[in-house]
Design a binder for this molecule. Structure first.
Ligand code: ZN
Ligand code: ZN
Length: 618
């Protein structure tokens, strides 16, 4: 008790309490050696302050000691004291004790109900929270904005859209809709349930918005992949002089990461530096993430190193950054180091470390980590870990082993698992397993033309022309649509996007003629183009023409035209980079002396001096 209280305002209070005898406590005012020590009411007040402090600091043991004192002096019938105890147990996650105090109360006040609902919300007890809310209504208790927003929060965390609608109706009926807490909880629940339009409406209709309201809306946009809107909202908030908080910074950085908007990310880093949110662990992790996802692993690691306090999320973000950038050895070193610093790897860490092994085809290391999960950290591999393992085996040519692993998995394989197996079959020309994987994929993703393309490519590489023809026929009949390729590049804080065969960009003619010039120079270095990577029912010369104008080639050429000569060219693409573009970027990096970074929907490729960091695995 003394250690706890040493630096505490209530130190004096507890010293006083412990020096009072039981008998004296019940006979106010308390006397000792003829001197008034403390009155009964101030004794109760001191004890209550102490419990409140215990709750704020999540000190369950000390809080329980106070509870013992309360029982000892028979002060439990006081409603305020009971509410404070409910709050203590709710905040410390011991909801069962909170319920016990609640049930033993002779008079239950509105505050007691609200506090208990808040407690259930904190532990994510959606049913209990909702049931208590309904009971509270039935018994005619006054519902506060706090209780309503609490129940909405728990609905948001469990994505309960139907219940949320009912609660929204209730909010309208009781005119609580425009309350800042309720309105914020409403927009949050809509965003989490995927109704971002409704979230936006709830946001707009709020007469008074605080910084939490603004940051919740930004987070809502990010969760629903409306990243540009999140960035815009941040700027609007700035214009309205809304206070910046850690959540809004974090959302802004997540949006930058998703859009690979390095310039905005850097600007925000400057802001963080200036206003001092660097110590916040959410912000630190977002900074590490934004640099990693924007292709700048050096800056990412620098942000990681300067973070004052590191938690598991931050370590995981950095391990995943190295994995993404095909730096498996750095990822492994960090994995060891985090354990030396007594941070326990969790499921997320293992996904990252396994994917680091997968990207570089390190099968033995992968197997080691996969086994370590259970033996050293008592974690059962989930579907993502199995997916990584299938990927590792497939990439290293152990196609049959990969297929066997899928067969013994404790759950059904996902489309991405079959997809990675199919991609490995393409690299190793394994038609037999490719057909198995493709059959599964056609059923799971009937609209994904990419699977038909892959299977057809595998047949073509094995010169099975009849099968190629039937695969194409199947594709036509299946109505599967191939998503159109699209690439982005950021030039002077403006994002330029290019579709395959782009026509609309204002400088497109210039881009095509520069690209033609590049092809001529590259032809001298032996670049011919790999037409089998594209599946179009057209003749070869036209096919070559289509390949030439893939979106990443256009984005790259535009980057060459606009960026300073020493700057790396960073491109983002919505689909996997094709073999032809991959070859193109390798040769272009040698020809122009540029570093080229392509982030496709699967991974990063760093091209430098004619080589790619992926080692041909993608
Ligand atoms: Zn391409
Ligand atoms: Zn590559």
């Amino acid at each position: 008790m003394n250690t706890f209280c040493r630096n505490h305002k209530s130190y004096a209070a507890i010293r006083t309490i412990s020096s009072i005898s039981v008998a004296a406590a019940l006979d106010p005012p308390f006397q000792e050696h003829g001197r008034v020590l403390v009155t009964r009411s101030s004794f109760i007040q001191n004890l209550q302050t102490l419990v409140i402090n215990c709750a704020d600091q999540r000190r369950i043991r000390q809080g329980q000691s106070c509870h013992a004192q309360i029982l000892h002096f028979r002060l439990q019938s006081d409603a305020i004291t009971s509410n404070i105890l409910i709050n203590l147990y709710s905040k410390c996650g011991r909801i069962e004790y909170a319920v016990k105090v609640f049930d033993e109360m002779r008079v239950k006040t509105d505050v007691s109900w609200n506090t208990l609902i808040g407690g259930y919300t904190r532990i994510g007890g959606s049913n209990e929270s909702l049931n208590l809310f309904i009971k509270m209504l039935r018994e005619g208790n006054g519902i506060t904005e706090f209780a309503l927003s609490s129940v909405l929060c728990v609905c948001a965390s469990k994505i309960l859209s139907f219940e949320s609608l009912q609660l929204h109706a209730f909010a309208i009926k009781t005119s609580m809709e425009s309350n800042a807490f309720v309105g914020t909880a409403l927009l949050d629940v809509y965003a989490k349930c995927g109704f971002v339009g409704d979230a936006s409406k709830a946001f707009e209709s709020l007469p008074e918005k605080n910084d939490v309201t603004w940051s919740s809306m930004m987070a809502g946009f990010v969760q629903n992949e409306r990243h540009e809107e999140a960035l815009k909202l941040f700027l609007t908030a700035q214009r309205n002089t809304v206070e910046i908080n850690a959540y809004s910074i974090s959302s802004f950085l997540s949006a930058c990461a998703a859009l690979a908007a390095l310039i905005e990310g850097k600007q925000m880093h400057g802001v963080v530096f200036k206003i001092g949110f660097g110590a916040n662990q959410f912000v630190a992790a977002s900074l590490v993430d934004v640099y990693a996802k924007c292709g700048s692993i050096k800056d990412s690691y620098a942000a990681f190193c300067t973070a004052d306090e590191k938690n598991v999320v931050l370590w995981n973000t950095m391990v995943s950054g190295f994995a993404r950038h095909a730096r498996p050895f750095e990822a492994m070193i960090l994995f060891e180091k985090m354990q030396q610093m007594l941070y326990k790897p969790n499921e997320v860490t293992y996904v990252s470390i396994l994917s680091a092994c997968a990207h570089m085809g390190l099968s033995e290391k992968g197997r080691k980590y996969f086994n370590m999960m259970e033996t050293e950290h008592n974690l059962s591999p989930n579907v993502f870990h199995y997916a990584c393992m299938v990927d590792i085996l497939g990439r290293t040519g152990r196609i049959d082993e990969a297929r066997d692993l899928i067969a013994t998995m404790p759950f059904d394989a996902t489309a991405s698992i079959w997809g990675s197996l199919l991609a490995s079959c393409r690299v190793y020309g394994n038609v037999e397993v490719a057909e198995v994987a493709a059959r599964e994929l056609f059923e799971m993703e009937p609209n994904n033309a990419g699977n038909h393309v892959l299977l057809s490519n595998i047949y073509a590489a094995n010169r099975r022309w009849e099968d190629v023809a039937s695969a194409r026929k199947l594709l036509k009949e299946s109505e599967a649509k191939k998503e159109r390729g699209k690439s982005w590049i950021e030039i002077k804080d403006k994002v330029h996007s290019f579709m395959v065969g782009e026509r609309a960009h204002p400088r497109i003619n210039e881009i095509y003629s520069r690209l033609d010039g590049l092809f001529e120079e590259m032809a001298e270095l032996g670049f011919k183009g790999e037409i089998e990577h594209d599946l179009h029912d057209v003749d070869e010369s036209y096919k070559r023409e289509l390949l030439k104008h893939h979106s990443e080639k256009l984005a790259f050429t535009f980057g060459l035209m606009c960026l300073p000569s020493c700057a790396p060219v960073r491109i983002m693409k919505n689909l996997r980079i094709c073999g032809d573009c991959h070859e193109f970027m390798k040769i272009a990096s040698a020809l122009t002396g540029r570093e080229i970074v392509v982030r496709d929907n699967n991974r990063f490729h760093h091209f430098r001096d004619g080589r790619c960091s992926c080692g041909e695995f993608w």
